[in-house]
Design a protein around this ligand. Structure first.
Ligand SMILES: Nc1nc2c(ncn2[C@@H]2O[C@H](COP(=O)(O)OP(=O)(O)OP(=O)(O)O)[C@@H](O)[C@H]2O)c(=O)[nH]1
Length: 773
């Protein structure tokens, strides 16, 4: 006996057989009729339809023979399925393959055997139709043809089952594809980062995504309750009608910027893109309206949630419809055609929506292969759709240094369902075709698609925005540098008295970090003394008035005289947002002024008031007499023989004498009186509040003359000098002229100098004056 050989396509053959679900199945009346027919046609005892499995053969239909299965290695049919034609044995005992086969040497004692292989629609030989008998027989050509005919009938029955099975499988796959496409469309429609709406040709809402409604402060339902033209300015509504007409008449998609009514009453600036969706025959179906908030982007997840739920219910309902459509193949095929048309429309709607989107859209498989690429992606990255499709998205649009991270993120998601940070809405660097980096805002949405993930990636080019932000930052830094380097204290106080800014001058003045002030209430960070100094100014400025004052600040290092100015920061509506603070250090200027003032009024050698100062003092004293009518006296003094001191002892010795003379004069008068040096060795004394002018003046003059008797100490030498004194009295009511009064005293001094020197003389008639020594 020879065991049946294994066919070369065994594995595929067994798979085809298993898919038919016929092994070990119940008898089939149609097949039983055919085996009965075969036995009768050939007048044999037995007819079988056998299916050859991996290690047994199963008798799907038997006529005569009563077994259900036998081992494959003793089977006749195992041989039948490997021959191209029929296997015909007139007497099995004479064939080396079968002469000792258990079915030959034992029951059913097969002698005659004729079998024809049965093939599946794909050509796999899964079994055979055979007839056999316990008596040897011959089979002529007519018999062979008949056996082939009956085998073809059996094969046709099997094909009918296979066809039904395939149709059922194909229907199931088509249903899955429709559900998938529906899900893809809805997911994209709802996840679009822009507002999307479909409008009837009359401009009525058909479908609005939550993003669109959210832009206008509406829910989808409430927005759809308001006609679009009522949301627009009257002029814009008229334009919209004209725009619709143009699109219907074949015009290109149009983009416009409109002020649209927000539900809360204000207007929102939106960029609106109108396009038209046409059916397969070109007839206009509906309008697609894309809206983008061009003032600010706002999330709308909450609204999306509700709409998604209703759309999912719609998917479930449709799935139910499709399931019931599987009852009859013909009907199912018809419905399939309809649904395929709908799928096509939705695909085109999706594709149109994506192509008019203002964001780049890239669809990629979990291996990274690009399967979707819209027009905006071409504009953003430079690759045409044809160039991009089929390529790896990381290689194409991710900067080389980020590719490993992106691939790891995708792997983490696919293998562990771990949602990496990379998928969150955020910013990243993408890569242009020419290699330069593009800053983009990304949204990544994984979708479960038929046993694997697809990634929907929305990318929005934000390079221009980033560039503007960088420029702004640079300008702010430049401004900050200037502010920190001007020798002026600059700050900003908010209306709630909190400090928002203080420049580096603050640290220079107070030795404290200005950052410690930021956001702190000024009354808390200033000392009580400082706050008392500036509170009035700050509050005045915060009530809208400019204010300035010179204040004396104890700034730690050293006290400063500061000119503090407060300028209110007024908003466009007139309310006060805060105030700018400018502090200019006047200390140096004040010191200089003081020096100049002193130098203008003081004699540098003796430190006594100079000529200008004593003239002012005399003038004011005379003016005071109007309120306090007390007489005063002016002395004009000149040292006698002073020139000789210089000549004999030198100029320094002369200076010493002058200084000592000044001090000596001060000891002769009251603290309220004034001693001044006019020039050279000329001095002046102003005596005020005299009771008896002449007597009082005489007493002072004599005191001076006496004081001059004391020698001047010049180191190794001592000298004695005298002075000549002219005295002018001024009584209340007399004309006020300091220069004239001084001249009068000078003239009196001159007279005594010309006569005796070393004495005093009153101005006026000779008898009123007296020389004293
Ligand atoms: N050491 C010194 N000498 C001065 C200063 N200013 C003026 N002199 C000198 O003071 C002298 C004053 O001159 P006079 O008053 O004419 O000389 P005198 O010797 O006092 O003459 P009589 O007044 O007539 O007694 C001059 O020699 C000046 O050069 C000064 O600031 N220091």
């Amino acid at each position: 006996m020879i065991t049946p050989p294994i066919p070369p396509d065994e594995e595929a053959r067994l798979q085809a057989l298993n898919q038919l679900n016929l092994l070990n199945s119940d008898p089939d009346p149609a097949l039983d009729r055919l085996t009965r027919l075969a036995a009768r046609v050939f007048g044999v005892e037995n007819a079988l339809i056998s299916l050859v499995a991996a290690d047994f053969q199963f008798f799907k239909s038997c006529y005569g023979f009563t077994g259900k299965r036998t081992a494959r290695d003793v089977s006749f049919c195992g041989h039948t399925i490997i021959v191209d034609d029929l296997l015909v044995l007139e007497d099995a005992r004479e064939d080396p393959r079968f002469h000792d086969n258990p079915s030959v040497i034992g029951p059913p004692h097969i002698r005659f055997y004729a079998g024809k292989a049965l093939k599946t629609l794909s050509g796999y030989r899964i079994g055979s139709l055979c007839v056999f008998d316990s008596q040897p027989r011959k089979l002529d050509q007519a018999g062979i043809d008949q056996l082939i005919d009956v085998a073809m009938l059996v094969q046709k029955e099997l094909h009918a089952r296979e066809f039904a099975l395939r149709a059922s499988l194909s229907q199931a796959r088509a249903s899955e594809e429709i559900i998938h496409q529906e899900g893809l469309f809805l997911s994209t429609f709802e996840q679009a980062a822009v507002g999307v709406a479909h409008l009837s040709l009359d401009g009525d809402w058909l479908r609005v995504n939550a993003r669109f409604a959210n832009l206008l402060g509406h829910s989808v339902a409430s927005l759809m309750a308001v006609p679009l033209n009522e949301l627009l300015e009257p002029e814009s509504a008229a334009h919209m009608i004209a725009r619709r007409e143009r699109l219907i008449n074949g015009g290109e998609c149009e983009r416009t910027e409109e002020q649209v009514q927000h539900r809360e009453g204000h207007k929102v600036w939106l960029e609106l893109t109108y396009s038209l969706f046409r059916g397969e025959t070109g007839q206009p179906w509906f309008l697609v309206l894309i809206a983008q908030d061009i003032s600010a982007r706002k999330a709308a997840e909450a609204e999306l949630q509700a709409l998604q739920a209703s759309l999912q219910a719609e998917i479930a309902a449709r799935t139910q419809q499709l399931t019931s459509a599987n009852v009859q193949l013909a009907r199912a095929l018809g419905e399939l055609r309809v649904i395929q048309d709908q799928t096509l429309i939705k695909k085109r709607r999706l594709s149109d929506t994506l192509d008019t989107a203002l964001e780049a859209f890239v669809g990629a498989t979990q291996e990274g292969t690009i399967v979707e690429w819209n027009q905006q992606a071409t504009e953003t990255f430079g690759w045409t759709r044809d160039e991009a499709m089929g390529n790896n998205f990381a290689d194409l649009i991710i900067m080389p240094e980020h590719r490993d991270a992106v691939r790891a993120a995708v792997r983490a998601y696919v293998e562990f369902a771990d949602l990496p940070q990379l998928f969150e809405r955020g910013e990243m660097h993408a890569r242009h075709k020419d290699g330069h980096p593009i800053e983009v805002e990304k949204t990544v949405s994984p979708i479960w698609d038929n046993g694997r993930y697809l990634f929907n990636i929305f990318l929005h080019d934000i390079s221009a925005r980033k560039h503007a932000q960088a420029e702004l930052r640079e300008n702010q830094e430049q401004l900050q540098t200037i502010m920190d380097n001007v020798p002026v204290l600059i700050g900003y106080v908010e209306a709630n008295l909190r400090c928002r800014y203080m420049n580096a001058t603050y640290e220079e003045w107070f030795g404290r970090d200005p950052q410690l002030l930021i956001d702190q209430p000024i009354p808390d960070v200033a000392s009580p003394e400082e706050w008392a100094l500036i509170e009035g100014l700050v509050r005045n400025a915060l009530s809208g008035n400019k204010s300035a004052a010179d204040i004396h600040l104890d700034t730690g290092n050293h006290p400063r005289d500061v000119r503090l100015s407060m300028i209110p920061d007024l908003a466009a509506d007139g309310h006060v947002r805060g105030c700018f603070t400018l502090g200019v250090d006047l200390s140096d200027r004040k010191r200089l002024e003081e020096t100049l003032r002193r130098e203008a009024m003081e004699d540098p050698l003796t430190g006594l008031p100079n000529r200008r100062a004593i003239l002012q003092l005399i003038q004011r004293a005379c003016e005071r007499q109007e309120r306090h009518p007390q007489p005063l006296a002016v002395f004009f003094l000149d040292l006698d023989g002073f020139k000789a001191v210089n000549d004999q002892f030198g100029h320094d010795a002369g200076d010493e004498v002058l200084t000592t003379f000044g001090r000596r004069l001060q000891t002769c008068v009251r603290k309220t009186d004034s001693v001044a040096r006019l020039a050279g060795d000329e001095f002046t004394i102003l005596l005020e509040d005299l009771q008896n002018p002449k007597t009082d003046a005489t007493r002072v003059a004599q005191k001076i003359v006496q004081a001059m008797q004391q020698p001047f100490d010049l180191g190794e030498h001592q000298i004695t000098l005298s002075t000549s004194i002219g005295i002018a009295l001024h009584l209340p009511g007399e004309p006020v002229n300091a220069e004239a009064l001084l001249s009068v005293a000078d003239a009196a001094m001159y007279e005594i100098k010309q006569s005796t020197k070393n004495g005093y003389r009153f101005a006026g008639p000779p008898e009123a004056s007296k020389a004293g020594s």
